[in-house]
Design a protein around this ligand. Structure first.
Ligand code: DX5
Ligand code: ZN
Length: 220
């Protein structure tokens, strides 16, 4: 059975001076989701955007806002991101004292819940929560910056998570994020990922031809 692949372009590689136009262009180019990387300069060594920006982008598209929170402590901002228009809210277990509570906060806002694992984070961090979450986001670079090199060692972890999810017959998406390019995207699909995040490949390859780049990532 072939699993449909979704492409979630990361706006981290977009031109922030015209972010609204970039999101509209991504929708026209066939993006399935819009991946929004939120960084706090504390959980990761970089700063990006907050709920106000997401709120301004929200009326421009109906596409799913796939919000990746790299902020700690995460709980106090969940309501703000939910109100701003996030559809999927993904957090890192290291950014909360109580993973169950963070999941509950997101669910209370009727949003989909994702948990993200950094390249060195163990699968054990998610095992107890599989019945409650919608998505696992596997980081294939250290979170913080776009344009880094893919870490092939996360493929094994992806395969293991896929096995566990299938065995338990759970309906959980496996998303992969970081350093995905035209060469490695088939490897991550083979390993079990069904949502592919990409920033630099989508915005920079083929002179920034978003449509072409999304198509190649989807089909290869
Ligand atoms: C890294 C972010 C990624 C990143 C992906 O912390 O979570 O979403 O923007 O960008 P590329 O595809 O350039 O690695
Ligand atoms: Zn991300």
């Amino acid at each position: 059975m072939t699993v449909p692949i979704k492409i979630s372009p990361s706006i981290l590689s977009a031109d922030f001076s015209k972010l609204g136009d970039e999101v509209i262009s991504l929708e026209k180019a066939g993006a399935d989701y819009i991946h929004i990387d939120v960084m706090d300069g504390h959980f990761v060594p970089n700063l990006t955007i907050g709920p106000e920006v997401i709120k301004k982008l929200r009326p421009l598209t109906n596409k799913t806002f796939d919000v990746h929170l790299m902020i700690s402590p995460v709980d106090k901002f969940i309501n703000d991101f939910a109100a701003a228009g996030a559809d999927i809210i993904t957090f890192h277990p290291e950014a909360t004292k109580n993973t169950s509570k963070t999941i509950e906060l997101i669910k209370a806002k009727n949003k989909k819940v994702g948990i993200s694992l950094k390249p060195k984070s163990s699968i054990d961090l998610i095992l107890d929560y599989l019945d409650e979450i919608d998505l696992v986001l596997i980081m294939s670079v250290e979170p913080g910056f776009g344009g880094q090199k893919f870490m092939p060692e996360v493929l094994e972890k992806t395969k293991k998570i896929k096995e566990i999810i299938d065995k338990k017959k759970l309906n959980i998406d496996i998303e992969i994020d970081g350093g995905i390019n035209f060469e490695n995207c088939n490897l991550v699909k083979e390993a079990g990922a069904n949502i592919i995040v990409s920033g630099s490949t989508i915005f920079k390859e083929n002179k920034g031809d978003l449509k072409k780049n999304i198509e190649i990532l989807k089909k290869s």
